[in-house]
Ligand binder design. Structure first.
Ligand SMILES: [Zn+2]
Length: 251
């Protein structure tokens, strides 16, 4: 599942492939922007903010969000027909293909920041600010911890995986109120450490042990033994939010 680290890594990959190169093809397969043609323009910047990605080309900014299943691939091979393809950017022999993107729009570059103005501090941004993030987190003390961590206006970059892992390391249930967290500043710093450690990895790890099957504390581990106490990990599903927790370690 794409979270802030995935988007950061994707931005780095696209940056390396495209920046400084002139587009020789721009094929947008979203009806609203199907006529947008940036052929002949140079890609000057690729950046991300939270889970949002921007490819800045001449006067335009291609804004995308991976949502649940989206991805960008860079390839030197011809692109095969795929109904999930939303955009193809080509610079001679290099192709960047956006697949199943939850959001894809072509914005006026001068105002692309409006698309992310609502976001809280970006966990992987140059301006990451744990004090502001902790203040945002505790602004509504009765709110459920998981809900607050997933709210990109509080802090930007956390999805279901980090949300569950952070609840575990804080010793709190995902449904516990934010006020139950003993040290909110420490928790947002843990969030930053986790995403930072994974920013160039595709195989996410929160436990510090990168061996297969040992990378995560609770996420995706229903019925398996808690790494701390051996109790079986539980699972629940609330809308598009999935929760995993240890009933002994988390209160
Ligand atoms: Zn446990």
């Amino acid at each position: 599942m794409p979270e802030g680290d995935t988007v950061f890594h994707t931005a780095a990959t696209l940056r390396q492939a495209l920046v400084g190169r002139t587009l020789t093809r721009c094929d947008v397969r979203v009806p609203r922007f199907a006529t947008a043609d940036l052929t002949g323009q140079m890609v000057d910047e690729v950046c991300c903010r939270g889970k949002h990605l921007f490819i800045r080309v001449g006067p335009a900014s291609i804004h995308s969000h991976l949502k649940m299943d989206g991805s960008w691939r860079v390839t030197s091979r011809p692109v095969r027909h795929d109904h999930r393809t939303r955009i193809i950017l080509e610079a001679n022999d290099v192709r960047a293909v956006g697949i199943d993107l939850g959001v894809l729009e072509i914005l006026d570059r001068a105002h692309d920041g409006d698309a992310v103005a609502h976001l809280g501090p970006d966990l992987l941004g140059d301006d990451w600010d744990p004090t502001v993030a902790a203040a945002n987190l505790t602004a509504h003390p009765d709110r459920q911890l998981a809900e607050a961590l997933l709210d990109q206006r509080v802090l930007a970059g956390i999805g279901n995986v980090y949300c569950n892992e952070l609840c575990f390391v804080s010793g709190r249930l995902p449904t516990a109120p934010v006020s139950a967290v003993s040290d909110p500043h420490r928790l947002v710093c843990r969030a930053h450490e986790m995403l930072w450690a994974n920013r160039f990895r595709w195989n996410r790890c929160t436990t510090g042990d990168t061996r297969a099957g040992r990378q995560l504390w609770v996420y995706g581990r229903t019925g398996q033994e808690c790494r701390r106490c051996g109790t079986a990990i539980l699972f629940d599903d609330i809308g598009d939010r999935v929760t995993y927790w240890c009933p002994a370690c988390q209160r």
